[in-house]
Design a protein around this ligand. Structure first.
Ligand code: AMP
Length: 177
């Protein structure tokens, strides 16, 4: 299996080459075709097995295709991560893989001055990586709107639930268990 076999666009093939990846990892070759086909996916893989590229590469491709039709505006993809460290790491990966795609990504997390994060958001981003606490805060302040989002990733969903975010989910959806 090669990245070429996965039907990725040239700019993404160039990115994986630049990163020095020779072949897709197991989670990558299993996930990428499903996501490119627009299907939902629940993936389990240990840390360090390449799961960020498994969702980032196909999402970049889908958003590039969507944008080429010029129909879609606003934040297209939301990635939730349990910690600031992971959010920063995912943002760096999107930046590296998305070089040459023209897409803009940013990450937001608590514990830093909000103004600079908000000004980046106001300039417009395609892909937003966020920790749940700050996202909820910015939603409540109506700084972020989620109605343009077409792709949603919960990274390390199990860890987020362990951290107690089920309470926030239940607040809006009491039927969730
Ligand atoms: P992740 O599990 O997404 O945190 O990735 C772990 C590490 O594997 C990161 O340093 C990636 O740059 C690297 N990586 C991701 N995909 C591949 C691949 N196909 N071949 C080699 N290294 C990879």
């Amino acid at each position: 299996m090669t990245f070429e076999n996965l039907n990725l666009k040239q700019s993404l093939l160039d990115s994986v080459k630049r990163e020095g990846y020779q072949t897709p990892t197991a989670i990558q070759f299993q996930s990428i075709p499903h996501i490119l086909n627009g299907r939902d996916l629940l993936g389990c893989a240990q840390t360090g097995t390449g799961k960020t590229a498994a969702f980032a590469l196909p999402l970049l491709q889908l958003i590039m295709q969507d944008k080429s039709t010029a129909k879609f505006r606003g934040i297209q993809a939301l990635i939730l991560a349990p910690t600031r460290e992971l959010a920063i790491q995912i943002n760096e990966s999107f930046k590296a893989y998305g070089k040459g795609t023209g897409l803009i990504n940013t990450c937001i997390y608590g514990g830093v001055k909000q103004a600079s994060q908000v000004s980046i958001l106001k300039r417009g981003v395609d892909i937003l990586i966020a920790t749940p606490g700050l996202l909820l805060d910015l939603l409540q302040q109506r700084i972020i709107e989620l109605d343009t989002i077409r792709y949603f990733v919960l990274d390390e969903a199990d860890r987020m639930l362990d951290m107690g975010f089920i309470d926030d989910i239940k607040k809006d959806h009491p039927q969730a268990s």
